[in-house]
Write a protein that binds this ligand. Structure first.
Ligand SMILES: [Zn+2]
Length: 375
């Protein structure tokens, strides 16, 4: 029996037409038909459907050599948007992405985290304020992702380990009840690596380090994040770096978190921006601390590279402060530690330099839309 029905072919064609225009803006009907090897009437039909649904638009006329003018088509990037939120203890960052995964708007709000209904009530008000301010219509919105400092269940409905914010077991239900679109939690390190993969789609295998106020990580194999049996792959922050070192928030001692996180640099009460400003001004204590940080980071990178010999990407806020000499210092330190005379150019800086968490919290909805269009 032929299980591939005519309807399936139609759906596939519609998706192919959309994706062709997505990647080749200002294409003519003829160009689409010949590139996809489908008939002109079929392309016409799909273009009408996409125009009716306001997913594409006619973008002026293309001039041709024989003097006839053909209409050009392009997608409407804001036909749908996704919202990503980075949840921190005292503030949130809200970002909207268009269908190219590009940032459309970003706002920062002060909001003290609490694992209760009051918090979600305040949070939904701010999200609705954001949507209103930027004039997003309800039917534009694909979903809302909440990037959180904690591990989450595979379906994104629950925080399975949230010691930093003290929210283990927290459910998305209360927040999701305020919206008619899907809402999910996503581990912040996973968000950051999502952003990196989007910016760097050619990455197949890598170890991603999220260097922020807290340390996080991810293992990427065949272009996909490896979650592991219960979602704990890539939690490099809790590998023991120095036996019996200081106490980590997880309750154990000497974790990489204690040495390779922003908290190691700033202590309590200082923001990262302030630390780097002081360091730039030549503050001796800050420069010394930075040297120590790079030293511990090199230890961690060398260890990780022994487990999986692949590219190591330095992402997160702190990586965006890296000067060339910092990267060179890390590479030299790793080389000196390594058992092998490795080419240490495998250590690279991430491409997604800012808002990696809020962007990465929204990206799954964009990817899903692009995958499922026409279905
Ligand atoms: Zn720990």
């Amino acid at each position: 029996m032929n299980t591939f029905s005519l309807t399936d072919i139609k759906k596939k064609n519609l998706s192919d037409v959309y994706h062709f225009i997505y990647h080749h803006p200002d294409s003519s009907k003829q160009a689409i038909a010949s590139a996809l090897e489908i008939s002109l009437p079929t392309v016409t039909q799909h273009l009408s459907t996409l125009l009716e649904e306001n997913l594409i638009e006619k973008a002026g006329q293309l001039t041709s050599a024989v003097g006839r003018r053909a209409a050009a088509y392009r997608i409407i990037p804001t036909a749908r948007i996704a919202v990503g939120i980075e949840i921190l203890d005292k503030k949130i960052y809200v970002t909207s992405l268009n269908l190219y995964g590009k940032k459309e708007a970003k706002e920062r709000y002060s909001l003290h985290f609490g694992d209760d209904g009051l918090y979600f009530d305040e949070l939904q008000k701010l999200v609705k304020e954001f949507l209103q301010k930027h004039r997003y219509r309800e039917e534009q919105l694909l979903g809302i992702g909440l990037g959180i400092q904690g591990l989450t269940s595979p379906d994104g409905t629950r925080v399975t380990y949230g010691k930093i914010l003290g929210c283990t077991g927290m459910s998305i239900e209360q927040f999701a009840g305020y919206f008619s679109v899907p809402c999910i939690f996503i581990h912040d390190a996973e968000c950051a690596s999502n952003s990196e993969l989007w910016e760097n789609p050619q990455i197949s295998d890598a170890i991603y380090l999220s260097l922020g106020q807290h340390l996080g990580g991810a293992v990427i194999l065949n272009g996909e994040l490896q979650n592991g049996l219960t979602g704990k792959s890539g939690t490099f922050e809790h590998m023991t770096l120095i036996p019996d070192g200081p106490e980590c928030y997880c309750g154990k001692r000497g974790c990489a978190e204690c040495y390779c996180s922003g908290n190691f640099l700033t202590g309590s009460g200082m923001e990262l921006e302030e630390f780097f400003e002081k360091k730039e001004q030549g503050d001796h204590a800050c420069r010394k601390k930075w040297g120590e940080y790079l030293h511990y980071l090199s230890m961690l990178i060398n260890n990780l590279h022994m487990v999986i010999e692949n590219t190591v990407i330095l992402g997160g806020n702190i990586a965006s402060y890296f000067a060339e000499e910092d990267l060179a210092a890390v590479r030299a330190d790793v080389l000196q530690r390594s058992t092998f005379q490795d080419d240490v150019s495998y250590i690279i800086q991430g491409k997604c330099r800012s808002d990696a968490v809020s962007i990465g919290a929204a990206l799954p909805f964009i990817k899903e839309f692009l995958r499922d269009i026409g279905k």
